[in-house]
Design a protein around this ligand. Structure first.
Ligand code: NAD
Length: 487
C-alpha cells in the first residue's frame, strides 16, 4: 500500500519507493529534516530493506528485455519527454531540492535543475549517434557493437542529489539498461519527484526504479544482488571500498566517483583579483563540493596581496537561508556533518595548525559554519590530507613551479585541480604535471558533458561523461566474419 503524499513547499511528494512503475511503502521509515531549519520535519520516508532491494531488482530484471530491445531512437523519445518535463517543472524541483539539502535556490533555478534535463537530452542523442566500428583484417570483416549490459544500480550522495542522479541515470537508460536508483538518505526527495516525471514521460514500468533507505541496509543489499550487471557509485572512498568488495564478489564492473582535496594554485603572473575571487567562491554550497579547490597554494611573492583580495571577497559572503537571493553560503546538510567539520578544525587547532579566519559555527541555532582558512603546520597535517567537505580551506605558499606541482600532488586524492597563471606555457606544464582527472586553468566548474570525468588515486575508479559512460553501461561485442573460406 502506498503512503499518503506529503505536502512540502506547495508540492505533494511521495515518501515511498518507486518499483515497477508503482509506489511501494515499507513498514519502517526514516526521518528527513530541512537543513534550513532543523525543527522543520519534511517527511518520514520509506526505509527499504533487503526485501525491497530484491523487489526492485526483480522489477528491473523483468523490464530489461523490453527496454534493451528498443532502438536507441525509440529509447530517446521518453528520455526527451522527461527532459522537457524537467524544464517545465524547474520551480517545483528547485524548491524541493533547496529545502531538502540547502543548495542555493537561485542556482538551482538558474542552472542545476536544467542541467538534469540536459543530461537526459544529451545522452539520448549521443546513444542515437553511436556508430558501430567496422573494419577488415586478416580475411575477416570486424564489427564492434554496444549491447545493453543489464540492470544497473546507481547510488548517489547527498551533496548534489538531483544533478548526480540525472548525470548517472541518463547514460544507463540511454544505453538500454534498466536502473535501480538509491538516493542518499540525507537528501532523498528530488529523486521521488523524478519518478513522477518519468511516469508522465512514458518510461515503461520497471525501467527506472527508486529505492529509498539507509546505505548500509538497502544500498548494501542492492549492490550484492547477483542479477545486477553494473554499479555506478558516487560518494566517499570508505563506502566505495564496501561496494568494491560486493562488485568483486559478483564480477560486476563498477565506477566510483569519490572525494577530492583539489589544489587551487595561484602563480604570481596570474590575474590575482580573479584568482582570489574564485578562491573565495570555494565556500559556495558551504564547501560541500567534491571538485572544490580546497587547498590554496599561492606563490610566496604575492601572498600578502592575494590574502587581502581573498579576505575582501570572503568577507562579502552572506550566510543565510538558501531561499533568500542575498545568501551566498548555505547551511551544512546535517548536524552530524556540522560536528564532523567542527571536529576537523578542533583537531587542526590542537595539532598546531593556525586558524587564519573563521573556525567557529556562525550561530548556535543553525547548521552554518564560518568560511574558514587554516594555515597548516606542515603538509602532513590532517587538515591538508583529508577531505573536510565543508567551508574549510587550507593556505600554503610555494617558492617556484616545481614546489607548486609537488604540493598539488601530495595527497592521495586526484579528482580535480585549478590553476591560475598568465603564462600559456606554464599553464600547459602545470596542468600536465598535476595528477587529477580534471584540471581547470583560469576558470572553474566549466564542464562539457561529452568530456571524461573521474578521479585518480582514492578519488575514484573509471570515467563517466560522454561515450565513456555509454561504454561503461554496455557490453562491447566484437563480431568477426570470414570474407572467404570457411575455416
Ligand atoms: P557516502 O559514501 O556516505 O554515501 C553515498 C551513498 O552511498 C549514499 O546513498 C549512501 O546511502 C550509500 N551507501 C552508504 N553505505 C553503503 C553501502 N555499504 N552499500 C551501498 N551503498 C551505501 O557519501 P556522502 O557522505 O553521501 O557524500 C559525500 C562524499 O561524496 C564526499 O566524499 C564527496 O567528495 C563525494 N562526492 C564525489 C563526487 C564525484 O563526482 N567525485 C560528487 C559528489 C560527492
Amino acid at each position: 500500500m502506498p503512503s499518503t503524499r506529503v505536502e512540502i513547499s506547495d508540492t505533494a511528494v511521495s515518501p515511498d519507493h518507486f518499483i515497477g512503475g508503482k509506489r511501494v511503502s515499507s513498514p519502517a521509515t526514516f526521518e528527513v529534516r530541512s537543513p534550513l531549519d532543523w525543527d522543520w520535519h519534511l517527511a518520514d520516508v520509506a526505509r527499504g530493506d533487503p526485501l525491497t532491494a530484491d523487489q526492485a531488482v526483480s522489477a528491473a530484471v523483468d523490464a530489461f528485455p523490453g527496454w534493451a530491445s528498443l532502438t536507441s531512437k525509440q529509447r530517446a523519445e521518453p528520455l526527451h519527454r522527461l527532459a522537457d518535463l524537467i524544464d517545465a517543472n524547474v520551480g517545483m524541483l528547485a524548491r524541493i531540492e533547496c529545502v531538502d539539502m540547502a543548495m542555493l535556490l537561485e542556482s538551482l533555478e538558474a542552472r542545476v535543475i536544467h542541467r538534469g534535463a540536459e543530461n537526459f537530452r544529451n545522452y539520448a542523442d549521443l546513444a542515437v549517434s553511436y556508430q558501430s566500428r567496422h573494419w577488415s583484417s586478416k580475411g575477416t570483416d570486424n564489427h564492434v557493437e554496444r549491447m545493453p549490459a543489464g540492470p544497473a544500480v546507481v547510488i548517489t550522495p547527498w551533496n548534489a542529489p538531483w544533478l548526480l542522479s540525472t548525470w548517472k541515470l541518463a547514460p544507463a537508460l540511454a544505453a538500454g539498461n534498466t536502473v535501480i536508483l538509491k538516493p542518499a538518505e540525507w537528501a532523498p526527495l528530488s529523486a521521488s519527484l523524478l519518478a513522477d516525471l518519468a511516469t508522465e514521460a512514458g518510461l515503461p514500468p520497471g525501467v527506472l526504479n527508486i529505492v529509498q533507505g539507509i546505505g548500509e541496509e538497502v544500498g548494501a543489499a542492492l549492490v550484492s544482488d547477483r542479477r545486477v550487471r553494473r554499479i555506478s557509485f558516487t560518494g566517499s572512498p570508505e563506502t566505495a571500498r564496501h561496494i568494491g568488495v560486493a562488485a568483486g564478489r559478483n564480477i560486476v564492473p563498477f565506477t566510483a566517483e569519490l572525494g577530492g582535496k583539489g589544489p587551487l594554485v595561484v602563480f604570481a603572473d596570474s590575474d590575482l583579483a580573479a584568482a582570489a575571487m574564485k578562491a573565495a567562491g570555494q565556500y559556495d554550497d558551504s564547501g560541500q563540493t567534491c571538485l572544490a579547490g580546497t587547498r590554496l597554494l599561492v606563490e610566496e611573492s604575492v601572498s600578502t596581496e592575494f590574502l587581502e583580495l581573498f579576505y575582501e571577497h570572503t568577507n562579502a559572503h552572506v550566510l543565510g537561508d538558501s531561499r533568500d537571493p542575498r545568501t551566498t553560503v548555505s547551511p551544512l546538510i546535517h548536524p552530524d556533518h556540522l560536528a564532523r567539520v567542527e571536529g576537523f578544525v578542533e583537531r587542526a587547532r590542537r595539532h598546531g595548525d593556525r586558524v587564519l579566519r573563521g573556525g567557529e559555527r556562525w550561530k548556535q541555532d543553525g547548521l552554518w559554519y564560518e568560511p574558514t582558512l587554516i594555515e597548516p603546520l606542515g603538509n602532513d597535517s590532517e587538515i591538508v590530507q583529508r577531505e573536510v567537505f565543508g567551508p574549510v580551506l587550507t593556505y600554503q605558499t610555494f617558492a617556484d613551479e616545481k614546489e607548486a606541482v609537488a604540493l598539488a600532488n601530495s595527497t592521495s586524492y586526484g579528482l580535480s585541480g585549478i590553476v591560475y597563471t598568465g603564462s600559456e606555457e606554464r599553464a600547459e606544464r602545470v596542468a600536465r604535471g598535476i595528477r587529477a582527472g580534471t584540471i581547470w586553468v583560469n576558470t572553474y566548474l566549466v564542464r562539457d558533458l561529452t568530456a571524461p570525468f573521474g578521479g585518480i588515486g582514492i578519488s575514484g575508479i573509471g570515467r563517466e561523461g560522454g561515450d565513456y559512460a555509454l561504454d561503461f553501461h554496455s557490453d562491447l561485442k566484437t563480431i568477426q566474419i570470414s570474407q572467404g573460406t570457411v575455416s
